[in-house]
Design a protein around this ligand. Structure first.
Ligand code: MEV
Length: 421
């Protein structure tokens, strides 16, 4: 059999037909095929309606972060991710936050930006004013595209127009500001941007090119703050060290990247568990972090007059509680029930609080014992399983690996065979 990825009509085939081809191409065993197709909560048929060329489903572990008191409400936060220690770290920091009342949050209105790029404009500044003078017409046209969104209190609100200097000369860029309410909004915004483009072309005399949502959702911000008791953190010296670590992130993009990655460990895990678009949230977070031309941390850490640690976070979080996979995926629906959030805004605020907690965990660890100690046991569990340990053997192998401070697969295999006699 010749190996090829050019498979004509793959998208039209049944899942079984696709699997047969993939089985041949990748030389999968029957067992491997059944791993792919033994569907969990998401049926293969449902999956087949969600994306193209489906051959199976995949699963993440779903954990629950505990101890979150946010704006006086108790939250259990389901998190879907593959990385050990993350859920435990968030739960531990949330427990510390409770001493000073937990997390307090806010969010701006759920406004997303739809961009319409107009090229080949003869007099861009004249066109800019002409477009602004027809603002009402453009907004009305946008709102005609989504009467449901308008009915629920959302819809296009405003436009702004810029003349952008580019390597291809000046371009006119129209931003359509859309209140997306409880939807993430990409579909609504993209439909509106496409529908308004011909009118804007007519007004400007130019040619519409990109007509798409911007993931730099700088008008859809979620914020959270919390005070962490200095004694609970390990003393004022630990607070000072944490602020020094934050200072490192502020001044150094290499460290800042990892600092923000830690924040997104938490946020993404809820975005995935609720079946929201994690790529959109990631793009928004990192572009917001670089908004002012330099890449900066999404959190800030300071000390108050009592010597306690004050943390704040602010970032765009474009997530929905209606529409798309959030309303279709059976696990996402149960996750929402556990989360008990009523609106997309509330969901984004919970995510912000989680992001703040998640960020503090490694900072506290760096200031004290380092992250590897806590991480090792969980890591060792994975290694033990990779070495073939099952059931109660896993903990036995873990115990030896951690005691020896030698968490490697080859050693795990040796330990396993010693234990099995
Ligand atoms: C690992 O997934 C995340 C951390 O690297 C974050 C950080 O360094 O702040 C521990």
């Amino acid at each position: 059999m010749v190996k090829t990825s050019k498979i004509s009509g793959f998208y039209k085939m049944s899942i079984a037909e696709r699997l047969k081809i993939i089985k041949e191409q990748a030389e999968l065993t029957d067992d491997e095929v059944s791993v792919l197709s033994s569907s969990g909560a998401l049926s293969l048929d449902a999956a087949d309606r969600m994306i193209e060329n489906v051959i199976g489903t995949t699963e993440y572990p779903l954990g629950v972060a505990c101890n979150f008191l946010i704006d006086g409400k108790e939250y259990l936060i389901p998190m879907a991710l593959e990385e050990p220690s993350v859920v435990a770290a968030a739960s531990n920091m949330a427990k510390l936050a409770r001493i000073k009342g937990g997390f307090f949050t806010s969010a701006t209105e759920p406004i997303m930006i739809g961009q319409i790029q107009i090229a080949d404009v003869e007099s861009p500044y004249f066109a800019k004013q002409a477009i602004i003078s027809r603002k009402k017409e453009i907004i009305d046209l946008a709102n005609e595209q989504d009467p449901m969104l308008v009915k629920f209190g959302g819809g296009a609100r405003d436009i702004t127009v810029r003349v952008l200097d580019s390597i291809c000369g000046p371009m006119v860029i129209v931003h359509l500001m859309v209140d997306c309410r409880d939807a993430m909004g990409a579909n609504a915004v993209n439909t509106m941007a496409e529908a308004c483009a011909p009118l804007i072309e007519e007004i400007s005399g130019g040619k519409a090119l990109s007509r798409i949502i911007s993931n730099l959702a700088k008008f859809r911000l979620a914020r959270a703050r919390a005070v962490f008791d200095k004694e609970a953190l390990g003393g004022e010296e630990v607070v000072d060290r944490i602020i020094m670590e934050y200072a490192f992130s502020l001044s150094d993009p290499y460290r800042c990247s990892t600092h923000n990655k830690g924040i997104m460990n938490g946020i993404d895990a809820v975005v995935v568990a609720t079946m929201n678009d994690f790529r959109a949230v990631e793009a928004g977070a990192h572009s917001y972090a670089a908004m002012n031309g330099e890449y900066k941390p999404l959190t800030r850490w300071e000390k108050n007059k009592d010597g306690d640690l004050c943390g704040t976070i602010e970032l765009p979080i474009a997530v929905g509680t209606v529409g798309g996979a959030t309303s279709v995926h059976p696990v996402a629906k149960v996750v929402r029930k556990i989360l008990d959030v009523k609106t997309a805004s509330e969901l984004s605020r919970v995510m912000a609080a989680l992001g703040l907690a998640q960020n503090l965990a490694p900072l506290k660890a760096f200031a004290t014992e380092g992250i590897q100690k806590g991480h090792m046991k969980l890591h060792a569990k994975n290694i033990a399983q990779m070495a073939g340990a099952e059931g109660e053997m896993i903990d036995k192998v873990v115990e030896v690996l951690v005691r020896e401070k030698n968490v490697r697969v080859d050693r795990a295999k040796e330990v396993l065979s010693e234990l099995c006699g």
